[in-house]
Design a protein around this ligand. Sequence first.
Ligand code: AHR
Length: 526
Amino acid sequence: MPNLKPLRLVAPVLAALLSMPFGASAQPARALSATVTIRADRPGAEINPDIFGQFAEHLGHGIYEGIWVGKDSSIPNTDGYRNDVLAALKDLHVPVIRWPGGCFADEYHWRDGVGPAAQRPITVNTNWGGVPETNAFGTNEFLDFAEMIGAKAYVNGNLGTGSPEEMADWLKYMTSDQDTTLTRMRRDNGRDRPWKIPFFAIGNEAWGCGGDMRPEYYADLFRRYATFLKAPKGARPLIIASGGHDADTSWTKVLMSTIHQNMGAISYHYYTLPSPTHDWQAKGPATGFGEDQWASTLVNALKIDDYIKQNIAIMNKYDPQKKIGFFVDEWGTWYDPEPGRNPGFLYQQNTLRDAVVAAATLNIFEKHAARVRMANIAQMVNVLQAMILTDGPKMLLTPTYHVFHMYIPFQGATLLPTDLKTPNYKFEKFSVPAVSVSAARTAGGAIEVSLVNLDPDRPAQVSATIKGAAPRHVSGTILTASAMDAHNTFDDPNALHPVTFDGAKIVNGRLDVALPPKSVVVLSLQ
Ligand code: AHR
């Protein structure tokens, strides 16, 4: 992990253990207790590494300044990509990146972003702040970037304002191995051999910014566009259809019932707002919130579990063999714009609350690993629930970054089903299960267990029985702090980071864990 000060092992954990509900006096809050059975004897699906994927859109400082500063920048860079961000992303083992949008994708014409930078047209980013788009970062820059950090490329095509021909040409430009005008153009632009494009989507949010369509109309367009998406044998991407969002399952139903070929996955979007009524005009702030917004945010975040289940139930009816994936290719927290910043840039701070949302959501994706085979958090740098924030030459890693880093061992591991019995964490009218868990076996044979305590006040004593395995040694890391909105700043970029966790032990084959309030713990059992 880049730029971390020496680990401060004890202080944050102790501080969290000792944190008390507001107004409490001398006694520490009484621990709640939960039990888990981990079924190592009943391994489930592979946890596809791609559920730890990311989304990078031309939005605010997500690309420009966040990833790309240009070769002439005073910010240290390699061929225009900032070195600090490259190093942090490499260290995160990012499996896949979705680009160029989002809403931006349906107004993006790929030819604007290839060729000599000085000759590229300057367009307007109509969705995000109405600012000029230089097109300095285009197809070659994105695909080279993905290769540099070892991530797969997921390219989102323009259905809304493009044509089947434009979309088909883009795929040929990227993947063709024949000598054609398009591949000569690619070579003239600095790339001789084709890139690998494992994933390609036809449009984004077709129900909204992607064209305000009905699912029936979109399904017909998908069939038409997908017909003309051609690539050399073995190089055709998995084609993704633009699906539904939130509680709306109508898109999944229509797509599954009317598309009979070419559809490798359905895309789905869900954002977590603190607002209990999902009010987009008053979502709630990223920092400085009270326990009511801690609790309402978690209630909203966990709703994705039921939404996924409802979509999967429909997919199972049409595709019991689970050939088609359900890709949550936009998810994360979305708060009110930060005062003094361009509201169209969607820049927000990222706190311990985001870390807890991330961990609990990843646990949900892992539970549905057989169908949820990709997810892309929105977004990678400087936008929404970002991994990384930058300010000129400065960079910080967010609590969400740290959670993704802690979860690296889950990439490609085999899900071990869990049976969790936990009390609820309650605050005013809000109530959620206090503990969230996921378990998996790695290729090396270790059992990884992630545990989240959603209660900001009470520690949780978790007792886990492991069926079918008898580990003897446990080690782990924890991310926690005493404040609900603890976060890193450019003046103190390592205020919050994972430290070694010594609150877990194995007693007579049982795993006992003392989880501090508002914490994320990942354990490795051997
Ligand atoms: O991630 C920001 C925006 O949210 C995306 O552009 C769009 O697809 C979604 O509505």
